[in-house]
Design a protein. Structure first.
Length: 361
């Protein structure tokens, strides 16, 4: 079989170490002779895995004291509702940068007023820049990477009110100033592990002090429940946490978040350069400042539009998996998460050049 290059947007490629350590843990977890999916989550061995994973994540993030790491269920989509349920008293500010941000906004509107700055007018192909976060908002919410259309907020913004971020698709792709956020969340299935784990990095004081006290909130949906129980209030997705731990170890062994950012910059620049140079393609996001390093989206130029399906087929026949664009956008999307090697980008560039030779007029 020809080498496969995995450009899926999520679930997505993980480091080999994540597959290997998960397989090993399925056979015999931590020398117990028991598979990870059959060991009590109250066992010493699992307790250590949970603690080590939480510690390593805080270390990689260089987070200040006073933050907890939670591994919850329900996906990032549950966080869309949990955030306002816990913290929206009267008003919140949301940056509407795409499909996922608007879902978060829909849930926030169930609990209070939502002030929105949006780039919907141009199909989310740019990041909103002229906005003012109201001083009296309970919090501001940003979605740092638009997985579908391919924009990315690559820096930590200054906010006059507590800042919350959905970092599902660019978490651990660059160093983040955790002190600027009170809460960061996301689904693990892109950059940090297998689907089924939702990561939350939360400032403990914020979770306790800003909790809306007069609203009935089920225990499972209250952040303080999980902070107080160190993410062991109920049974965690034990097997998947092995995959997260292995991925974090791999990030550390490969130089940490600054090194990840360097690799991601190099990979995405190589692909954007080819898109700009190639006679057939055009980048979906006009402003290079706003372009995602994680999900590179591009389309065929108008005069070559009828070649779109053919290019997907051509690329697939050469081992490129998952480059078809999201159904709402069309075209192509190459996701270049941390674990995707530079060689896969080089292989895709080569395929684009072969296709150009064959079809460019
Ligand atoms: C930015 C962003 N937020 C939220 C989600 C939803 O995540 P989940 O499927 O874990 O609920 C996704 C999924 O692709 C995403 O890309």
């Amino acid at each position: 079989m020809a080498k496969v290059h995995n450009f899926y947007a999520g679930p997505a490629i993980l480091p080999e170490k994540a597959y290997k350590m998960t397989i090993d843990a399925i056979k015999n977890f931590a020398g117990t002779g028991i598979p990870i999916m059959s060991i009590s989550h109250r066992s010493k061995q699992f307790g250590e895995l949970m603690e080590n994973t939480q510690k390593l994540l805080l270390e990689l993030l260089d987070a200040p004291e006073g933050y907890s790491v939670l591994f919850l269920g329900g996906g990032a989509s549950t966080q869309f509702g949990m955030v306002p349920m816990n913290f929206l008293k009267s008003k919140a500010f949301y940056l509407d940068t795409g499909r996922w941000a608007s879902k978060a906004i829909d849930d926030a509107k169930l609990y209070g007023d939502v002030v929105v700055s949006s780039s919907k007018d141009k199909g989310y192909t740019y990041l909103p820049k002229d906005y003012t976060i109201p001083q009296d908002a309970d919090y501001a919410h940003v979605t740092t990477n638009n997985t579908v259309v391919g924009t990315e907020l690559k820096h930590d913004i200054d906010s006059p009110v507590p800042l919350i971020a959905d970092m599902s698709s660019d978490f651990l792709s660059r160093p983040v100033d955790v002190s600027k956020y009170v809460l960061i969340y996301g689904g693990a299935q892109k950059n940090i592990g297998p689907a089924g784990v939702t990561f939350v990095v939360v400032k403990d004081d914020f979770a306790h002090e800003q909790l809306v006290k007069d609203r009935p909130i089920p225990n499972m949906l209250r952040y303080t429940t999980h902070v107080d129980k160190k993410s062991m209030y109920n049974t965690p997705a034990a097997m998947n946490i092995v995959g997260v731990y292995a991925t974090l170890l791999w990030v550390k062994e490969n130089g940490g978040l600054a090194a990840m950012e360097k690799r991601n910059e190099e990979k995405s620049q190589m692909l954007y350069d080819e898109i700009e140079r190639n006679k057939l393609f055009v980048a979906n996001i006009p402003d290079p400042e706003d372009r995602s390093r994680m999900n590179v989206t591009f389309v065929m130029k108008e005069e070559y539009k009828d070649l779109e399906a053919k290019f997907v087929e051509f690329a697939e026949s050469r081992g490129m998996i998952g480059i078809k664009g999201h159904r709402s956008v069309g075209g192509f999307r190459a996701s270049l998460y941390n674990a995707l090697p530079l060689d896969s980008v080089k292989a895709l560039v080569k395929v684009m050049q072969e296709f150009e030779k064959k079809y460019a007029k």
